[in-house]
Design a protein around this ligand. Structure first.
Ligand code: ADP
Ligand code: MG
Ligand code: ZN
Length: 570
């Protein structure tokens, strides 16, 4: 460890104090040393069915064991309440770590101490490399058979990335023409659609090492660790020469910074800045490509999407009918499936299934056959598996979504698109969809404002009205009693925006440049939001015919791009 910032030194001092206070608890918790693996590795082992048992508590790391050995492993604890269910569904035993439940008051110390303990151990392990070490090792995919042929369907996405393979192989060729290849690509789409698979396939096709990490590996409580890990990761990739760096769950570091939140998050900002700095430090001739994956593009910080960064955004969508059939065929390969099982028909029945769900379906069918000692996999096993997968699946499968909900979503997203198009023509509405992107989110309208230094008062107001137009459309079309919870994210964002508008930028007519806080400011923000909402509702009412057109098109096609939207409004 060379240069430590003051913050880091203070952090270490605090950690030492905390460590002394809690060392006994930690010793009890940890027993002997466990090997730390990145979360992405853990997730992959879970996918592959290698994990036997996971102990989940409230700590920063969680311990787990594999079927194959008695060794103890640890990985970052994403502290995602849905994880337990996911693991149970994947057949992993979950042990709730009750040790800390009764002493929640000690929790902050335990966490702090845990971080220090972990950092300390990492330091002694790779002595000389510093406490920031990230345990990442490249997978050598050149030997493996993963390539584009492993990715069934997803034709458009494959098209969009095929030139990158050539670039990794011959960066000089592109440099000679002065072409700037994307340094970063973002794969976005629902879980299980093959984003990780596609990234691996690119590395496989190019025959270069694949460095996979998860965004959550970077987000630590100890300021500076994440940034250090980013630099470490890029250093390793550079040492390998050409490489594909894959950052899963990029939202963990790159979520939109909402100004309403408690003064921002130092650690995350530092990590994000380190990532952007490393990426802009690339020479065009290095043959290193960074691929990030996220379920939701609309929640990412715009700074990530600017030119020279993750400037190629590739949608990895749920497969359509043809895609589903080819994914089923790919995974049927090597399984003794009876001729009478009609995969084309199965593809028709599996509307809204992701690739992972289709793979899972055939796997369950194979397990069913094996359990009953049958030689082959027949229709009965497939049917049984179908229900297991459906019942076990979360909202990711949209088959249960009612028509009414789809209609509301179509009008809500349509409202955003309409307002943006009418009020902020210089923005780009890159995509609008009613396909739910994650649990709870009905759809989204991707609205990219132009990159500029200043926004005018009028522009900020238009932005706020566009955010409110989703809820306004719900109210105008379905009535005040029928508005939904779908607008909660919009409402949070608009309130943060208006708060800045009033208190930071001095734009409210009532308050002017004076600064106000507390009650007074809150009151003015409330009035401003209400006025803007009235404007949004007014706009929706006046252009209801256009809104109907957008909503109808969405109900029919589910997704519209900018050209299709312009055509509707022309
Ligand atoms: P994501 O990263 O988007 O969540 P993954 O790449 O982890 O999805 O996919 C999980 C698994 O689902 C893959 O390992 C593969 O077995 C299966 N799968 C998903 N999409 C496809 C596809 N297009 N072709 C073949 N298999 C797929
Ligand atoms: Mg993945
Ligand atoms: Zn909305």
């Amino acid at each position: 460890m060379k240069k430590l910032s003051r913050k880091q030194i203070i952090g270490i001092l605090c950690a030492v104090v905390a460590l002394v206070a809690v060392v006994s608890v930690i010793v009890v918790d940890r027993g002997e040393a466990a090997e730390f693996v990145p979360y992405a590795q853990f997730a992959q082992w879970v996918d592959e069915g290698l994990v036997r048992e996971v102990a989940i508590g409230d700590t920063l790391v969680m311990a787990f064991q594999l079927h194959s050995s008695e060794n103890l492993y640890e990985t970052s604890n994403p502290r995602n309440p849905a994880l337990t269910e996911q693991l149970l569904l994947a057949g992993v035993d979950v042990v709730e770590q009750g040790a800390f439940v009764g002493i929640t008051s000690l929790l902050p110390f335990v966490l702090l101490g845990g971080v220090f303990f972990f950092a300390f151990r990492a330091m002694s392990k790779n002595s000389g490399k510093g406490a920031m070490a990230l345990n990442v090792t490249a997978t050598d995919v050149s030997q493996s058979k993963i390539g584009f042929q492993s990715v069934a369907g997803n034709v458009e996405a494959k098209d969009m990335v095929s030139d990158v393979v050539d670039f990794i192989k011959n960066p000089d060729k592109y440099a000679r023409y002065g072409a700037r290849m994307p340094r970063g690509m973002i794969f976005y789409g629902p879980p299980g659609t093959g984003k990780t698979l596609m990234a691996r396939a690119i590395a496989g096709e190019a025959g270069v090492p694949f460095f996979a990490v998860s965004g959550s590996d970077f987000v630590q409580m100890y300021v500076g660790v994440g940034a250090g890990r980013v630099r470490e990761l890029f250093k390793k990739a550079r040492e390998a020469g050409r490489a594909v760096i894959f950052i899963d769950e990029i939202d963990a570091v790159g979520k939109t910074r909402t100004s309403g939140a408690s003064g921002g998050n130092d650690e995350r900002d530092q990590t994000l800045n380190a990532l952007l700095t490393e990426m802009s430090g690339f020479e065009g001739t290095e043959g290193i490509v960074v691929i990030a994956a996220t379920n939701r593009l609309d929640t990412l910080d715009e700074a990530l999407l600017r030119p020279g960064r993750f400037d190629r955004q590739v949608e990895i969508a749920l497969p359509d009918l043809v895609g589903r059939e080819s994914i089923l065929q790919a995974h049927a390969n090597g399984k003794p499936i009876e001729k009478s099982v009609d995969l084309a028909r199965l593809a028709k029945q599996t509307v809204f299934f992701s690739g992972a769900m289709l793979e899972n379906l055939l796997n369950e069918a194979a397990i069913n056959a094996a359990k009953s000692g049958k030689e082959t996999i027949g229709q009965a096993e497939v049917d049984k598996a179908f229900y297991t997968v459906i019942a076990g699946s979360e909202k990711a499968d949209r088959s249960g979504i009612k028509d009414k909900e789809r209609r509301i979503t179509a009008y809500h997203e349509g409202g955003h698109a309409l307002a943006t198009k009418l009020l902020s023509p210089e923005n780009s509405v890159a995509k609008i969809t009613i396909i739910p992107s994650t649990k709870g989110a009905g759809g989204f309208c991707l609205n990219l404002p132009p990159d500029k230094m200043y926004y005018t008062k009028a522009e900020l107001e238009c932005q706020a009205i566009s955010l409110l137009a989703g809820r306004a459309a719900e109210e105008v079309v379905f009535g005040a009693e029928n508005v939904t919870t779908g607008a909660s994210n919009d409402i949070q964002r608009v309130n943060a925006l208006v708060k800045d508008y009033v208190t930071k930028y001095g734009m409210s007519n009532k308050l002017g440049l004076a600064t106000a806080t507390g009650e007074v400011a809150d009151q003015i923000c409330r009035e401003t939001v209400n006025q803007l909402y009235e404007k949004a509702a007014e706009l929706v009412r006046r252009h209801k015919d256009k809104l109907d057109k957008i909503a109808d098109a969405l109900l029919e096609k589910e997704t519209l791009n900018e050209d299709e939207l312009d055509l509707l409004l022309a």
